[in-house]
Design a protein around this ligand. Structure first.
Ligand code: PEP
Ligand code: MN
Length: 361
């Protein structure tokens, strides 16, 4: 894949700092686009504004369509800001190329469908416009990577990813679960792809955005895409999560930008001692897990002899409640213990079922 982060660094207005995109969820009127562009020009890498809005359910504002491209074009010539919008199908791509948009992005609902992504990639073949890909609605890193690969295979080299969180029935605080392990896995598997965070769609509420934006900086994201509107309460879409330009600048100004490494020898030495401690604990954990699985397999053989089911719902309920209680007393969160025990239980079932198949041979 001939993709690298250089195009992105070249766009970084603040040099040492971070890549920034900001602008309204939706372009609503020429005046609204121009007002936002004037407030952001010279300080963001590109102005975002959706003109085709894929809404989960029909009946709400679905974007102004083509005429929004002319507004973005005018905002660009008047203020010099680069402009970008979301594309969901080849006709959107063609219109954006005609207007010479500076950057495009693929929205979460579109990334979910490989046919749609392929159609967009085919429409982009032969160009090298920067394209950012949002993660799919669910926390599926392979779909996200697949979309980036489809675009790279069409010859695009200026690619990036946007993390916007994932739908989760368990999420109460945020609109979308932050699901950090997904972008962390993307960074590990595709280190050549710049990854920015969209705290607006993760949070769903403007007062939570600063915390998630800071967390993204702490996790070494390359930048942010933030929804900014001149009059958030009257926005036609995503009103609760948009910041005013002033709130946006205040939030950005307050961010700490940590580095991946430190030169301090005291820090380096102490960290390496602590890491040895972590390595030792991890070996013990793995050893204990191996021991636990040996016991589980022995129980599996007994169940098979007695024709007893692999799943023991009452026992499983007791284990979960007990481990959560014990975990809480060690300051481990309920969610964490639940996920950990579910993974261990799933592996135990897999091993017992494997034993059943083997035992039946
Ligand atoms: C958007 O950026 O306004 C949008 C629709 O976001 P997402 O695709 O992340 O839901
Ligand atoms: Mn939005």
């Amino acid at each position: 894949m001939s993709v690298d982060k250089e195009w992105f660094k070249g766009w970084n207005l603040s040099g040492e700092g971070i890549f920034l995109s900001a602008g309204p969820c939706s372009a609503e009127s020429e005046e609204q686009v121009l007002t936002t562009a004037r407030a952001l020009a010279g300080k963001v890498d590109f102005l975002r504004a959706g003109i085709w809005k894929p809404r989960t359910r029909p009946g709400s504002f679905e974007g102004v369509g083509l005429k929004g491209l002319a507004w973005l074009d005018r905002a660009r010539s008047e203020t010099g800001v680069k402009v970008g919008t979301e594309v969901a199908e080849p006709s959107h791509v063609e219109a954006c190329l005609e207007y010479g948009m500076d950057v495009l992005w693929v929205g979460a609902r579109t990334t979910t469908n490989p046919f749609s992504v392929q159609a967009i990639a085919d429409a982009l073949r032969g160009t090298d416009i920067p394209v950012l890909v949002k993660n799919p609605m669910s926390a599926d890193v392979d779909l996200w990577i697949g979309a980036l690969e489809r675009l790279a295979n069409a010859g695009l080299t200026r690619l990036g990813a946007i993390h916007r969180g994932a739908s989760s029935p368990l999420e109460m605080r945020y609109r979308n679960a932050p699901a950090w392990k997904m972008p962390i896995e993307l960074m590990r598997r595709m280190p050549e792809i710049p990854v920015i965070c969209d705290p607006s769609h993760i949070c769903g509420k403007s007062d939570l955005i600063a915390t998630i934006a800071q967390e993204a900086m702490d996790l070494l994201f390359d930048g942010l895409m933030v929804e900014v509107h001149p009059d958030p309460p009257n926005a036609l879409s995503d009103a609760a999560q948009q910041l005013t330009p002033e709130q946006f600048y205040h939030m950005i100004g307050a961010l700490d930008l940590p580095h991946e490494q430190s030169e301090s020898t005291i820090f380096i030495n102490r960290m390496s001692e602590l890491r040895e401690g972590v390595d030792e604990v991890d070996s013990q954990l793995l050893g204990l897990l191996g021991k636990r699985m040996e016991i589980v397999c022995e129980m599996g053989r007994l169940k098979l002899q007695e024709n007893v089911s692999t799943l023991q719902p009452h026992r499983w309920q007791e284990i979960l409640e007990d481990r959560i209680r014990k975990g809480l007393s060690l300051s481990l969160s309920e969610d964490f213990i639940q996920q950990l025990m579910q993974s261990i239980h799933e592996e135990a079932i897999r091993q017992q079922e494997f034993g059943r198949v083997e035992g039946a041979d």
